[in-house]
Design a protein around this ligand. Structure first.
Ligand SMILES: *Cc1c(COP(=O)(O)O)cnc(C)c1O
Length: 381
């Protein structure tokens, strides 16, 4: 692995995580167990209530969320294309058809409620939103559309732990919320995820599907001895381990502090970038409290992004693109007939977007240094 001077993201891990992991190892119970239960409880309480089910990844969370809603072959799910491919792959896992909706604008990179409305058909069963970069979607409008048509709403809140929309936590506004604790997210367990819901029925279903669909008839809990069980519905093995869960518990305690740190860093980025006219910064206006997961900027249409990325790399600055549009991946084109031009705003953002480093281990000096280099690089012929 190349060591970047400025990696895109970094983890705030310390002594506390080391000590807690050691305790779990010494307990000799490593799979899902009492620590996971504590993590689920603490996480859902942080979100203001409901049920949490710890799972092996954010992708597993999305799969279980959609499966728990009873989606099946022939159903349609409306979702953004400007997202990580896992959001859409989960729709394919349950055999449903992904129907991509464009984003609001080059300022608001979230799914557009107007676009959602336009894409609803008789076969639509659910809407999946993704809070891009930790900036909350317009959930008021999304929920109104969903309620008036009887559609379910899943929130891909992988970017948004701690983010709020009108006083409610992202992930708790729709029917089911999905979080990822992958190594580059705001709360890190290496791999891992959480499904949250206020519905006990859905929570029970999701919990069952997490572990093979087993319904325990007699269970020596946490010792793995299911002496008698039945399988009523298809399940998977999407369990999270105690090691991941204990990391999650420690990381959860740091979440607010680290999100506040991200906010301060973003403010510096925004201020410093104001004078760079070749660059615009999305989400200057938004509703709610973001979690500042990513710092996306849009380069002027005539700037060669690859060249900019190459040159920044020479300064040790890692950048990325969030995201190549899902509807233009070969798999999605081939199976669903998606073509270039179908989602013009999404495609334009995909061409012009550049994500700059952002993580809680950076400081004000770092932001200034990076912006200085960005300014030099985009003005080089
Ligand atoms: C990270 C991410 C996922 C997938 O999470 P994993 O834990 O890596 O499976 C899904 N959706 C979005 C938007 C993500 O950023």
């Amino acid at each position: 692995m190349k060591a970047w001077k400025y990696p895109l993201s970094d983890i705030d891990l310390g002594k506390e995580e080391e000590l807690e992991v050691l305790k779990v190892l010494r307990s000799r119970w490593l799979s899902t167990g009492p620590v996971t239960e504590r993590f689920e409880k603490a996480f859902s309480e942080r979100l203001g209530g409901g049920y949490g089910v710890g799972v092996s990844s954010g992708t597993a969370a999305l799969h279980l969320a959609l499966a728990s809603l009873g989606l099946k072959n022939g159903d349609e799910v409306i979702l953004p294309s400007l997202t990580f491919v896992a959001t859409a792959n989960a729709v394919l896992y349950v055999g449903a058809r992904p129907v991509f909706a464009d984003i609001v604008s080059l300022e608001d990179l979230n799914i557009s409620p107007l676009e959602i409305e336009r894409k609803v058909t008789k076969r639509t069963k659910a809407i999946v939103v993704m809070h891009y970069g930790g900036y909350p979607c317009d959930m008021g409008s999304v929920m109104e559309i969903a309620r008036s048509r009887g559609l379910s709403v899943v929130e891909d809140a992988a970017h948004a732990p701690g983010a709020e929309y009108e006083g409610r936590r992202c992930g708790t506004i729709g029917d089911v919320g999905c979080f990822s604790f992958f190594s580059n997210k705001n709360l890190v367990t290496g791999e891992g995820g959480m499904v949250v819901t206020r519905s006990k029925v859905l929570a029970d279903r999701i919990r069952r599907m997490r572990s093979h669909g087993m319904v325990a008839l007699s269970w020596d809990k946490f010792r793995g001895h299911l002496s008698s069980y039945d399988i009523e519905t298809l399940g998977y093995n999407y369990r999270i381990t105690e090691i991941q869960s204990v990391l999650g518990l420690v990381q959860l305690r740091k979440l607010d502090r680290n999100n506040r740190k991200r906010k301060r860093l973003v403010e510096i980025y925004r201020r410093e970038l104001q004078e760079v006219e070749e660059i615009s910064v999305p989400f200057s206006k938004f509703k709610g409290i973001p979690s500042y997961h990513l710092f996306p900027v849009l380069l002027g249409a005539s700037i060669n992004r690859n060249l900019v990325m190459e040159r920044l790399k020479k300064f040790g600055i890692q950048t990325s693109v969030h995201y190549p549009p899902v509807h233009l991946f070969s798999l999605y084109r081939k199976h669903f007939g998606y073509r270039r031009g179908m989602l013009p705003k999404t495609e334009e953002v995909s061409r012009r977007e550049l994500t700059l480093p952002l993580h809680p281990r950076m400081d004000e000096k770092d932001m200034r240094w990076i912006v200085k280099k960005v300014r030099i690089v985009i003005r080089e012929p």
